[in-house]
Design a protein around this ligand. Structure first.
Ligand SMILES: [Zn+2]
Length: 308
């Protein structure tokens, strides 16, 4: 049964909407949770706070929540719990970890009384290894696919291969045609800094798999701005492919790796198509640096992968 759109959320949604699009990683205001709730589909909400997005799905038998994203302290997770309570009195039954990185994983203890914790198989030991008292280890881990049913709502979780991490999964709400994907399909924004922990060529394949296999109209990312669409997936794949081609072209011109001349060459090539993306100026040199590091690690079998 459809819940009425709560008045408090409707009123505060106007405030949220007044924030200009493209604002990245703005600091949230602890203690004002409901203002950070955006309804993104029927019974589906995004909690946008402190530069992080947590999705939650409300059903008549409980809530499916995602990343607490509360590494800086307990405040964001507490605000997330309060935001859910501002929409429904149902308990959180499942918490889905998008991947193992601490900035998204930490803080789920606020849901531990009622929830089971779900992650990809690769994320489970890495989340446990955080050794963080506020972060319950996953109790359900899966390899490629997991279907959840709660209160008549079906949610599908897919592992699409290595990309931004080796443990990233996506959450598909088939009925609402909505996908939640964290850190590897940013909306009109560059890839994060120098691509820590990333697998760039496999990232491209991961995106292509989503384009070919998953049906959705709305994309909710793990950081603002939001939302995106299915087209965002192809745009990010195009960016990575164009970045790799531009760096290769610069190398073929004899420009030294990471030199100002190489960065300028790549910038000039990518700017017409991607210059309006958030953090283009700030993170392009770091994206180049990260790509070169990943390539050099691939060429050196003994080199380890760097940590996030
Ligand atoms: Zn991450």
């Amino acid at each position: 049964m459809r819940r009425p759109f709560p008045l408090v959320v409707a009123a505060l949604f106007l405030l949220v909407s007044a924030v200009p699009p493209g604002v990245l990683a703005q600091e949230g205001t602890p203690g004002a949770p409901a203002g950070d709730v955006q309804q993104v589909a029927e019974d589906v909400y995004a909690f946008v706070n402190s530069g992080y997005v947590s999705l939650f799905v409300v059903t008549d038998e409980g809530v499916i929540a995602t990343d607490p994203s509360s590494q800086r302290g307990p405040e964001r997770a507490e605000a997330f719990a309060a935001a859910i309570a501002s929409v429904t009195d149902q308990p959180v039954r499942f918490v889905v970890y998008s991947h193992h990185h601490a900035d998204h994983a930490i803080g789920g203890e606020v849901f531990a009384d009622t929830a089971q914790f779900i992650s990809h198989r690769n994320a489970a030991p890495q989340i446990a290894a955080l050794g963080d008292a506020r972060t319950p280890a996953p109790t359900i881990a899966f390899d490629d696919y997991l279907r959840l049913e709660l209160g008549g709502t079906a949610i599908e979780l897919y592992y699409t291969g290595r990309n931004h991490s080796d443990s990233s999964i996506v959450l598909l709400h088939p009925e609402q045609r909505l996908l939640f994907a964290v850190d590897f399909i940013p909306v009109n924004a560059l890839l994060f800094q120098n691509l820590p922990d990333a697998y760039l060529e496999e990232w491209v394949e991961s995106l292509r798999w989503i384009e070919e296999n998953l049906d959705f109209d709305t994309l909710v990312p793990g950081h603002p701005p939001l939302p995106g669409t299915k087209e965002t997936v192809g745009q990010v794949r195009g960016y990575i492919e164009d970045l790799m081609a531009a760096v290769r072209a610069a190398q073929e011109q004899g420009l030294a790796d990471n030199s100002p001349e190489m960065v300028e060459s790549v910038r000039a090539t990518l700017e017409p198509e991607y210059g309006t993306w958030a953090m283009f100026d700030e993170w392009l040199p770091l994206n180049v640096e990260g790509l070169l590091r990943i390539w050099s690690e691939a060429a050196t079998p003994t080199a380890g992968t760097s940590a996030a």
